[in-house]
Write a protein that binds this ligand. Structure first.
Ligand code: PLP
Ligand code: COI
Length: 341
């Protein structure tokens, strides 16, 4: 199969239209059989649940070309499971995870010409999502829904790739206790748009959100979980009911323990202790592991010993092992790679 003529090495994290997308509709209490289409537009009621009351959830995953030329995706069953939870929390019908994985595989396969070649530094980002599509004017769930999957080739989420970024402690909150921070709902991202635009205006790459109840504990950023390394080499990630359960973070904890022989723990992390960590990074599908060099808290700077030029040594080992697994250079744990072709 011939690859598209794309300058893979210079892709940013943006939308590039690819040839096929998957669509399935929910009506009268059931999903139809679904299938691929070339139509990249969506036609829905002006009063659709998604347009009026933001009834939409999504997922984010990637397809990779491995060293030996296969196309694979990473732990899609976990994305399918998380989307089931997200949908249930917003009173949407569940799109079953087996069908989710099948839809993702079909969409990647149909767009194989857009899966960036091995070693290009780019990947094919896969975006499954669903939304309430019929009219609702009283505040209630829609009756009809659409599930879709599209793909887009992407480069690094943060300009500069593996170069450490600077983030700030946000005065805005992302999620409430007992709210929706733990699911992947569009509304959480709408919440964060003003904060990210304001952060960028002020020269920061991202926001660090603290828990909105006490503002003492580290939560996450707008699009990734945190990962810290202590001075004695232990990996620590924040535990909270109001952050997204990142599949990358869960995988990295396993990699730290089982591949690198490191101690790793998920626990509440107080902002006061952040200054004592040796390394900090953001982890997620889009972010992979993006090192954080500096955190600014209302003018007070926390500069990590790993500096502003390169990743800290343990972050680097985690990064290399995880991407090695995803690109087929390192043996993956059973069930982590789904081979597309
Ligand atoms: N946190 C937020 C708010 C996100 O949007 C994402 C991205 O999906 C993550 C964390 C990382 O999750 P994952 O590793 O499953 O991509
Ligand atoms: C992902 O990492 O897949 C996400 O959904 C993050 C998003 C902010 C791009």
């Amino acid at each position: 199969m011939e690859k598209k003529d794309i300058d893979w090495g210079n892709l940013g994290f943006g939308y590039v239209k690819t040839d096929y997308r998957y669509v399935s509709n929910y009506k009268n209490g059931a999903w139809d059989e679904g299938g691929l289409t070339t139509d990249d537009t969506v036609t829905i009621s002006e009063c659709a649940g998604v347009l009026q009351y933001a009834q939409t959830v999504f997922e984010g995953m990637k397809a990779y070309t491995t060293e030996d030329g296969r196309i694979v995706t990473f732990r899609p069953d976990l994305n399918g499971e998380r989307m089931e939870h997200s949908a249930a929390r917003l009173e949407m019908p569940v799109f079953p995870k087996d069908r989710f994985v099948d839809a993702v595989v079909q969409t990647i396969k149909a767009n194989a010409a857009y899966v960036p070649p091995y070693g290009s530094g780019a990947t094919l980002y896969v975006r499954p999502y669903m939304f309430g599509s019929d009219a609702v004017i009283g505040v209630k769930p829609a009756n009809e829904y659409q599930f879709r999957v599209f793909t887009t080739p992407v480069g690094p989420y943060f300009k500069g790739g593996a170069k450490p970024i600077t983030i700030r402690v946000s005065d805005f909150d992302r999620a409430a206790p007992n709210g929706t921070g733990h699911i992947k709902a569009g509304l959480n991202y709408a919440m964060s748009l003003h904060a990210i635009v304001d952060a960028h205006k002020n020269g920061f790459d991202e926001n660090m959100y603290l828990d909105s109840k006490t503002r003492t504990k580290v939560e996450e950023t707008g699009g990734a979980n945190f990962l810290f390394v202590t001075k004695d080499g232990k990996v620590v990630t924040p535990k909270s009911d109001s952050i997204l359960p990142s599949i990358t973070r869960r995988s990295l904890i396993y990699v730290a323990k089982e591949y690198l022989g490191l101690e790793a723990e998920e626990r509440e992390v107080y902002f006061d202790e952040v200054k004592d960590f040796a390394e900090c990074g953001l982890c997620g599908t889009a972010a992979v592991i993006s090192p954080v060099g500096k955190i600014v808290d209302h003018g007070k700077e926390i500069c990590f010993p790993s500096g502003m030029n390169e990743m800290g040594p343990i972050t680097k080992k985690l990064y290399e092992t995880l991407t090695g697994i995803q690109m087929g250079r390192i043996q993956a744990p059973e069930g982590w790679l789904k081979v597309i072709e």
